[in-house]
Design a protein around this ligand. Structure first.
Ligand code: ADP
Ligand code: MG
Length: 387
């Protein structure tokens, strides 16, 4: 029965791998584009440097000015030209925001450029040195950020899809649970009422052994309990304040008669008075039964099941700890055992704990989890809100 679970896990892993692959692919492609543009900008810078040298060596002339203008218009990135004493001679592609002092703005830009790249040295005349500082155009800066923006969007997208998918799957599962439970209760109803009528008839027959009828009555009432459970899980159950200790003791007495006498039950109420909480009796019994039956299985039919009842420290919950002396559960499975279909038993369905969790969490707004486990045994904790 574990196959289905494993299969879904594999699908999840494949989807995750695909997402990572797409993410890495798009980042490296964008990085590749960025490096192309950077290369191009660096080439442009060296052209700019040559032009600067050229301007310095020839007398100004119409044609050259046009040529320079054309080259300049093709620059996309900001540049600043300085002399040997670090004062600014010229700049391109820097728009000084309105109301800002141009000198201090340029000084700030220059500092940024110095940090970004080493300058290109130009020699307009022998023994004379100028420096061209530059930094990446805003286009490149934005493009560098782009893959991360893209990744963020992708993660958000996958998260949304996952949440929607999960919600719809849960809704579907809900329908199956509820529908199946209602249908079962409904179908059991007719034969049970007929059995009750038969019992009344047998009671009137003088010659029949009364003890047999007593046993039959117990079985029929058990069938009624089962039907009540199925019908309560199929519709919003009614909760009533119950004495939890009494409920647990009755439950345990019932179980004790039906399992190996080598399993011992102990119930301890750690408070000085009866514990009350609103529960649906038939559903809550189902929880105790499922957890105890698992404990019996884990102990291979011999051991002790100790149940401790108390209030939580904040006294908002009734706390029920069910401890066995069984083989234990590895920590990595503490959550997984509550998933539908997870079982380690040859003849298990892996639904007992799923059902218990659903009953405790959805119908009682409580919680159920593995509190501790080792090779010496396992303790499950159930918390039920008191109000
Ligand atoms: N008290 C326990 N000790 C050890 N293992 C447990 C215990 N309770 C549950 N398990 C593990 O959790 C699994 C799921 O339990 P459950 O949902 O009741 O399904 P099933 O009893 O049909 O296997 C069990 O197969 C078992 O491996
Ligand atoms: Mg079980």
């Amino acid at each position: 029965m574990t196959q289905l679970y494993e299969y879904r896990n594999t699908l999840n892993i494949i989807a995750l791998a695909a997402a990572i692959f797409i993410g890495i692919g798009s980042i490296s492609y964008t990085n590749y584009l960025v490096s192309l543009i950077l290369e191009q900008e660096e080439q442009q810078t060296s052209i700019f440097a040559k032009v600067q040298e050229y301007i310095a060596t020839v007398e100004p002339n119409e044609n050259i000015n046009t040529l320079i203008a054309v080259i300049e218009e093709n620059y996309t990135y900001p540049v600043i030209l300085t002399n040997e004493r670090d004062s600014i001679i010229d700049w391109r592609n820097i728009s000084i925001p309105k109301g800002k002092d141009s000198l201090s703005y340029l000084a700030k830009e220059l500092a940024e450029m110095k940090a970004a790249h080493p300058p290109i040295v130009v020699e307009p005349a022998a023994g004379l040195k100028n420096f061209i500082y530059y930094k990446n155009s805003t286009l490149v800066t934005q493009l560098k950020l782009y893959p991360y923006v893209e990744l963020g969007i992708m993660i958000a997208f996958f998260a949304i899809v996952y949440v929607l998918f999960d919600a719809s799957r849960k809704a579907e599962q809900d329908k199956v649970w509820v529908g199946l439970a209602k249908e079962t209760a409904h179908q059991l109803g007719t034969p049970i009422s007929s059995l009750v009528a038969w019992l009344e008839y047998f009671k009137a027959v003088e010659s029949l052994d009364k003890s047999i009828i007593g046993e039959l009555e117990k079985d029929v009432s058990r069938l009624e309990t089962i039907t009540a459970r199925f019908s309560s899980i199929g519709s919003p159950p009614v909760l009533k304040f119950e004495n939890i200790e009494q409920l647990v003791r009755e439950n345990v007495d019932y179980l004790q008669k039906r399992i190996s006498s080598r399993v011992r039950f102990q119930v301890h109420n750690l408070e000085q008075h009866p514990l009350q909480a609103p529960v649906n009796r038939s559903l809550f019994e189902w929880v105790v039964e499922n957890v105890c039956k698992n404990a019996v299985d884990a102990m291979a039919g011999a051991g002790t099941i100790s149940i401790y009842l108390s209030y939580t420290r904040d006294s908002k919950h009734v706390q029920i700890d069910i401890a066995d002396t069984g083989k234990g559960i590895p920590k990595r499975l503490w959550r997984r055992i509550f998933k539908p279909g997870y079982t380690t038993k040859k003849r298990g369905w892996g639904l007992g704990l799923t059902l218990a969790k659903r009953i405790v969490e959805d119908y009682h707004k409580g919680s159920i989890f593995v509190l501790a486990s080792s090779s010496a045994g396992t303790t499950f904790r159930v918390l039920l809100p008191r109000f």
